[in-house]
Every structure is written in C-alpha cells, then in structure tokens.
Design a protein around this ligand. Structure first.
Ligand code: FAD
Length: 403
C-alpha cells in the first residue's frame, strides 16, 4: 500500500504532524465530554449539539475549515481538513453541520453581492443562523432540473408556490436555500433560480416525515405565496443551476467521508471483542469477525482512495468519477458495517426497536447497542441522500466510458 507522507514537500511546507498534534490537544481540552459521549454512543444530535461545538470552534477561529481566511475561515488545505475530520472522528467530536458552512456559505462567497456576504456569512460562521437545503421535490430528486416550485417576480419580491421534500433539519432551520423555477422557456436548467428564504416566512409549513429509524431528520416544506425580497436572490434570475453546479464541483470531495467510517469500525470491533469475551468464539462470532476483516480491508481501500483523491484535487487533476466512486464505496461500506452491528445485537433488541409510540425526536437514554440499531436503520438512507448509488454509477460510467 502506498504510504502518503503527510509532509510531502512537493505539495506543501505545512508541518502536518504538528498540526495534527495541535488539533488533538485543542479538541481533547475543549470538546465537552457530554457531547463526545453522545457522539460515541450514536445518539441523535441536532442543532443544539452541532451549534454548541461550532461556537467553541468559532472562538478558536476553526469553525469553517473550508473557508478562506478573508471570510473568517481557516484557510486550511485539503490535507489539513482531512486531519481535522480524522482527529474529530477519533475523539467523537460532533461533525460540522454542512448546510451553512459547507454548502450555501461558499456559494454566497462566490456569487453573492457584498451586501449578501455581509448579511449572511458572519451568522453562518458563528452558528447563529441555521440553514437547510430546499432542492428535492416530489418528482424531482435525481432529476433535479425537473423541479416545479415556481417563483414569480412582483415588484421587488418573488412570490413562491410549491413543495419541497426530504428537507433535512428544516424544522430546526432559520433559512432555506432553495431552487425555484422562474421560467419554463428553453432548457429546464436555464429557468432555475436560487433564492434564500426565511423558514418562518408567512406561507411556509414544515411537516415532519417519519422515517424508519423513528427519528425526525427530514421534512416536507410547503410554500404557499411565500414572499421574499429580490435581494435574497443569489446571482441573476436563471442562474440557479450554475450555483448548484458550483457547489457540486467544489464539495464533491468530502474529507469527512472516511474518518467516521473508521471510527464506526472500531466500535464494532470493540463490540465483537466484548461478545467473544462473554461467550467465546461461537460460529456466529467467527462469521462476524470475518465480515469485520473484510470491512476493514474495504475501509483501508477507501482511505487510500481518499488520500490519492486529495492529492489529485490539490494539484487540480481530480476526476469527477473518483469522488463519485468514493461516495458510492463509503456509503455502501457504512451500510455493511451497520448491518454487521445490527446482526450482533439484533437477537436482544430487534423486538423492542420500534416503539409503539414513535419517539420521533430521538431519546437520549438509549443504550449503545440499541443506538447501533437506529444507526443501521438510518444508514439505509446513505445510498440515497446526496445522490443515489445509481446516479453515482452513471457519473462513473460517463467519465470512464463516455456513455
Ligand atoms: C435522509 C435523506 C436526507 C435528504 N436531505 C435532503 C435535503 O436536505 N435537501 C434536499 O433537497 N434533498 C434531500 N434529500 C433528497 C435526496 O437528494 C433525494 O432523495 C435523492 O436525490 C433521490 O431522489 P428521489 O428520492 O426523488 O428518488 P428518484 O430520483 O425518484 O429515484 C428513484 C430510484 O430511481 C433511481 N434512478 C433515478 N434516476 C436514475 C437514472 N438516471 N439512472 C439510474 N437510476 C436512476 C434512483 O437511483 C432510485 O433508486 C434527502 C434524502 C434522504 C434520504
């Protein structure tokens, strides 16, 4: 296996070893134990937990690893961002909430007016304003360009009508960045515009969707004659598709993909070890060990692929098929690992998994094994959210075979 030197002088003069040490020291000293316990035990975390950690990072100047220094970010390169994610996962710190920092923040930086930057960016950075993504609609998920939610300009306001679906965390958000149709002329993509919509605007109704894991992540968002000022439009009318593509191109490689997987594997390994200690090496546990070893080998492959993708991205040679392959591989692997955990604990817990009264907000006092079952169920969505596995395969096929 290739050894990636963290201090490769061809790429950077940064002392990555010292950098990693500094990250570890800070996170150990500053991430509250209660938060780390929640992440460790796979409990549901929402705005409260994300925001608590983001505030702490913000005080240190580390709340936006992917932002340039001029906008209040760290200015870190991709390797530093990978190390941040790695240390954060190893220490069970909460992940950074991506909709503001990872998604709309960079879009506003690139396409926004000075007034929009001044209005929105500082509140994303310190976590006072929380965002959700209103892209998908019934009938427009993989084929996003078919979206139908309309916005008509009346004076200096857009009037929006339509419905969004699968909107993660809309019930906790202050703002939604949303793609709307402002024209039905010409190519579907050309009639799409990006608007920033306050979630408490009159005419918006957010309804929870109950998912199989019983937690409340996703919502339907209904928009009936919702008025937003034209000042909340990013880029020109019809420029929404370019904004969405910019986001996709910039964020296609997430350094967070692999470290949380590796941490998940460690947890399953600990679980297996404790079971072997309890009952000896039963045939069931031997089979679990074999699956664990396979998953570990796949995870090492994923890490290898990510490290080479990072090197390619830093030298401007990364192909879209590689980031799609990573997404495909990591999400499928996360399902394999959570299935393994499920099989280990299911005999004790499956019958109690689905409560008769749905605890949609998630409960804090579930034990670790039962939390693993929730993770198993939640991870079914991994190969759908952010682009389905089939769509990733299409990207790979187009890039490699030109089909
Ligand atoms: C947990 C979760 C969170 C989400 N959060 C958000 C969010 O915050 N904001 C948001 O806007 N959306 C969100 N989504 C929506 C997500 O982006 C869509 O579910 C996804 O893009 C798939 O779209 P769809 O559900 O409409 O399925 P469809 O596009 O209808 O696909 C149905 C099936 O057909 C397959 N398929 C579709 N097109 C093709 C093709 N061309 N070739 C081969 N197979 C194809 C798909 O792979 C899938 O198996 C979330 C989804 C989930 C599950």
């Amino acid at each position: 296996m290739t050894e990636y030197s963290l201090n490769d002088p061809d790429i950077s003069s940064i002392d990555y070893v010292k950098f990693r040490h500094d990250l570890t020291e800070f996170m150990v000293a500053n991430c509250p134990q209660a938060l780390r316990d929640k992440v460790f035990s796979n409990q549901k975390i929402g705005r409260t937990e994300f925001a608590e950690w983001q505030k702490i990072l913000h005080t240190k100047g580390w709340s936006a690893p992917n932002w340039p220094i001029e906008e209040g970010g760290t200015g870190w390169d991709l390797r530093q961002r990978y190390l941040f994610e790695e240390v954060s996962a190893e220490l069970d710190c909460p992940p950074l909430y991506h909709h503001g920092l990872g998604h709309i923040g960079p879009v506003i930086m690139h396409f926004g007016t000075p007034e929009q930057k001044a209005r929105f960016l500082p509140r994303i950075l310190d976590g006072t304003e929380w965002w959700c993504q209103g892209y998908s609609e019934p009938g427009a998920g993989s084929d996003l360009a078919s979206l139908r939610t309309s916005a008509v300009l009346e004076g200096d306001e857009y009037v929006i009508k339509g419905q969004k679906i699968w909107t993660s965390h809309a019930h906790e958000a202050d703002m939604m960045y949303t793609l709307v149709r402002t024209s039905t002329e010409g190519r579907k993509q050309a009639g799409i515009t990006l608007l920033l919509v306050p979630v408490n605007a009159p005419g918006i109704v957010v309804k929870p969707i109950r998912t199989i894991d019983q937690w409340h992540h996703v919502n339907e968002v209904f928009l009936t004659d919702v008025r937003v000022p034209v000042l909340n439009r990013i880029s020109e009318e019809g420029g929404g598709w370019a904004c969405a593509k910019f986001l996709l191109d910039r964020e296609r490689l997430s350094p967070a993909m692999v470290p949380r997987l590796l941490r998940q594997l460690q947890q399953v390994e600990t679980l297996i070890r404790s079971k072997v200690k309890e009952s000896g090496a039963t045939p069931t546990l031997l089979s679990a060990i074999s699956r664990l070893l396979n998953a570990k080998a796949s995870a090492m492959g994923a890490k290898e692929m990510l490290m080479s993708a990072i090197t390619e991205e830093m030298s401007g040679t990364l192909r879209s098929s590689k980031s799609s392959a990573l997404k495909l591989h990591c999400t499928e692997l996360s399902q394999q690992i959570s299935s393994l955990a499920y099989d280990l604990v299911a005999p004790h817990y499956a019958t109690r998994l689905i409560p008769s009264t749905p605890d949609a907000e998630g409960s804090d006092d579930l034990d670790i094994e039962r939390q693993l079952l929730h993770t198993y169920l939640f991870y079914r969505s991994r190969t759908i959210a952010g682009g389905t596995s089939e769509v990733q395969k299409n990207v790979i096929a187009r890039d490699i075979f030109g089909v």
